[in-house]
Design a binder for this molecule. Structure first.
Ligand SMILES: C[S@@+](CC[C@H](N)C(=O)[O-])C[C@H]1O[C@@H](n2cnc3c(N)ncnc32)[C@H](O)[C@@H]1O
Length: 284
């Protein structure tokens, strides 16, 4: 690992009381930080974030990206970056499956009884493999626009022993074309990345069967300037700064509630899983 990266990380972690400086000049993790930073199956895991936020392909091209406004697409990102993103998404999936899903009226039953599920922006496939293991009667289609991620997701499904129930498709979400095929559709920390969320939501509405459920799991950006003053909201602001570099935008949960309403979903509701993780859902 780059020594500069370690140095920057240690200094900021020391300032944040994440690590303690010992008399011999070495650092030791403060109590409980091992769970937060090193246990990637802990639902509060945040150890994936530093590598994402310090990726040289993001900040190293800040001046170019800012001037041109051009989006850095995933095929220009290093495999290390894509793996780190997977580690960030992992905690969201661990909170969503099964506990978050259980809070959505009727969805747990639907999935336990056997359903056809579409996962959008499936990335490296951790969530798809986890859902497939958790709900053994379901079949899944995972879609992602990045070929490298689709390859990782295929490996992940094979390793989890679920590839007989999982298919992966490389496609932009704005271009998917399914008609009344799925009982549920899930998208994790990726709706804020879509160029055209109206098109994606219209595609999902068409892809779902009547009574099908659309679940958006994402970061909740505060609705007002006042709302940015809490500690979780400041984390959202830090992530928003990063998203701005790649021309993405975190949205308040209300924007997703309105989006689903505009596209004809009913029973639209939202809840916070944690102060930095919200779920919005609606029924076709
Ligand atoms: C932040 S990652 C999240 C991946 C995964 N859901 C997770 O939580 O680990 C975003 C993923 O969305 C994909 N993506 C973003 N916008 C997309 C679009 N418009 N069409 C298809 N894929 C897209 C990227 O290729 C990337 O794999």
């Amino acid at each position: 690992m780059d020594p500069l990266y370690i140095e920057v990380w240690c200094r900021s972690a020391y300032a944040a009381e994440v690590i303690e400086l010992q008399t011999d000049g070495s650092y030791t993790l403060a109590p409980h930080m091992d769970k937060l930073l090193l246990d990637n199956d802990f639902p509060g895991y945040i150890g994936g974030l530093p590598a994402v936020l310090l990726a040289p392909e993001m900040f190293g091209t800040f001046d170019e990206n800012l001037e041109s406004g051009e989006r850095l697409w995933w095929d220009k990102c290093s495999p290390e970056f894509i793996e780190s993103v997977q580690n960030t998404g992992r905690a969201f999936y661990n909170r969503l499956i099964p506990n978050g899903i259980a809070k959505i009226d009727g969805l747990e039953d639907k999935l336990s009884q056997g359903a056809r599920v579409l996962e959008l922006a499936t990335g490296a496939g951790f969530g798809l493999a986890k859902m497939a293991s958790q709900y053994p009667k379901c079949t899944f289609v995972g879609v992602d626009g990045d070929a490298f991620s689709v390859g990782l997701a295929n490996d992940q499904a094979r390793e989890a022993g679920v590839s007989d129930r999982v298919s992966l498709i490389e496609s932009m979400l704005e271009e998917i074309d399914y008609d009344s095929e799925f009982d549920a559709c899930v998208i994790n920390i990726s709706m804020h990345e879509c160029r055209d969320i109206e098109k994606v939501t219209a595609n999902v509405h068409r892809a779902l069967k009547p009574d099908g459920v659309f679940v958006i799991s994402d970061f909740p950006f505060p609705e007002s300037t006042e709302g940015t003053r809490t500690v979780p909201a400041r984390i959202m602001c830090g992530i928003q700064f990063f998203e701005a570099l790649i021309d993405d935008q975190l949205l308040p949960t209300k924007a997703y509630v309105d989006l689903l309403g505009r596209h004809g979903f009913s029973n639209v509701e939202a809840f916070d899983v944690t102060p930095v993780h919200a779920v919005t859902f609606g029924v076709k």
